[in-house]
Ligand binder design. Structure first.
Ligand code: HT9
Ligand code: FE2
Length: 349
């Protein structure tokens, strides 16, 4: 099938101190995130001058994908739109329509299923198309890629690189720990098709972690969570990385290699929650700490994106390393299966 364009659809992040509050309001509208948590997160952004690294990193990804498309002789402009900050997906879809785009592919910058990682990007697509009205371009979302060999290989190389950074005398006693964004346990239970048994997000994260550890040849590792939000009485996936470091130390480790397998880019939750908080906790516990690079800047990430594009334009077979479903390919934001990854709204208190 032919497509006129590719849109990279991401989360968005503030570009300066004055953006931080309105950005956070956009992210958390109607989601029951307590104001104290918002104050805390605003501080994290302000610590970096109110600028999230995410937008620039996405621009870098776009430049690499443009070059890779060109290398394959694929003539496809790449657009950029976000859920929560400028350029907002609504504006991008309007610009695409004005440029004469009738049908486009969409890369959501998350490898996984689940409401926040997949279905919410479908909602963004619906919102943007509805805002434009008649004549909005058709938008076909690329599938989840957590077990694509290029994703796994790029992450595995990053893990190898992180081991090399550890003081040599700690390497043999280092523990490999994978992290992904925590979500409410109810959201994880609802992840996947309505008819399925849920937990699509946590299972895919565990599977990606297993594949990467296997590629590196590390037999024992942990999968934990980070960046919990929401009110304390609502259960989220646990343990948290910072708490988990104590368990790692108690197990006799002298160093920890943390791989943020849940993310494509070194965005704020990676550089704050891992490089600042987790690193500090590891130091207090007397452990060496290294955090692996995310895969976004690796040339294999752009190769992966172009492979996903070619699955649609050339019928290229989907390469996968696991037997877990890689769903999330949707048309105009319709769920990929009945009730797939339906939102679990927090009960308002
Ligand atoms: C699964 C998942 C991903 C991975 C998939 C993907 O990448 O899409 C992800 C990515 C990201 N999350 C990000 C930032 C934030 N997430 C928040 C809040 C939340 N995240 C959630 C889940 C996820 N989040 C959830 C269930 C909430 C609770 C509120 C709600 O139900 O929506 C909040 C509110 C404050 C708080 O932390 O409480 C912020 C600021 C940024 C940008 C960082 C930057 O600016 O550099 C990125 C890439
Ligand atoms: Fe988040």
């Amino acid at each position: 099938m032919s497509f006129d364009a590719l849109m990279v659809l991401s989360f968005g992040g503030p570009e300066g101190p004055d953006d931080v509050r309105p950005f956070l309001e956009n992210v958390t509208r109607g989601r029951g995130v307590p104001p104290e948590r918002l104050d805390e997160v605003a501080e994290h952004y302000l610590h970096f001058g109110g600028v999230s690294p995410l937008n620039r990193l996405n621009q870098d990804i776009i430049a690499a994908v443009e070059a890779e498309l060109k290398r394959w002789g694929i003539d496809m402009p790449v657009y950029f739109g976000n859920r929560n900050w400028h350029p907002l997906v609504e504006d991008t879809v309007a610009r695409m329509a004005a440029d004469g785009v009738h049908r486009a592919l969409v890369l959501a910058t998350s490898a996984y299923g689940g409401y926040s990682a997949c279905r919410q990007y479908d909602e963004d697509i619906v919102r943007a198309r509805t805002a434009f009205g008649d004549g909005a371009p058709d938008l076909v979302k690329l599938r989840q890629f957590f077990d694509h060999p290029l994703f796994v290989e790029a992450a595995a190389d990053a893990v190898r690189g992180a081991y090399d950074e550890l003081p040599p005398n700690t390497r043999d006693a280092a523990r490999l720990v994978f992290t992904a964004h925590s979500i409410p346990t109810a959201a994880d239970a609802a992840a996947g098709p309505a008819e399925g048994d849920g937990h699509r997000y946590s299972r895919q994260v565990a599977e990606a972690s297993r594949l990467v550890a296997e590629a590196v040849g590390v037999p024992e590792f942990d999968v934990v969570w980070q960046s919990r939000s929401g009110p304390p009485q609502v259960p989220w996936l646990e343990p948290d990385i910072v708490d988990h470091l104590e368990t790692v130390r108690a197990g006799g480790a002298r160093a920890v290699v943390v791989c943020p397998i849940g993310f494509v880019s070194d965005h704020l939750e990676v550089i704050w929650d891992l490089d600042t908080e987790a690193r500090q906790r590891a130091g207090e516990l007397g452990m060496a700490f290294t955090r692996t690079a995310t895969v976004g800047p690796d040339p294999r990430f752009a190769e992966l994106v172009v492979e996903l594009v070619r699955e649609h334009t050339e019928g290229l077979p989907a390469r996968k390393c696991s037997s877990l479903p890689a769903a999330g390919c949707t048309v105009n934001g319709e769920p990929c299966a009945t009730g797939c990854c339906a939102p679990v709204r927090p009960r308002s208190s």
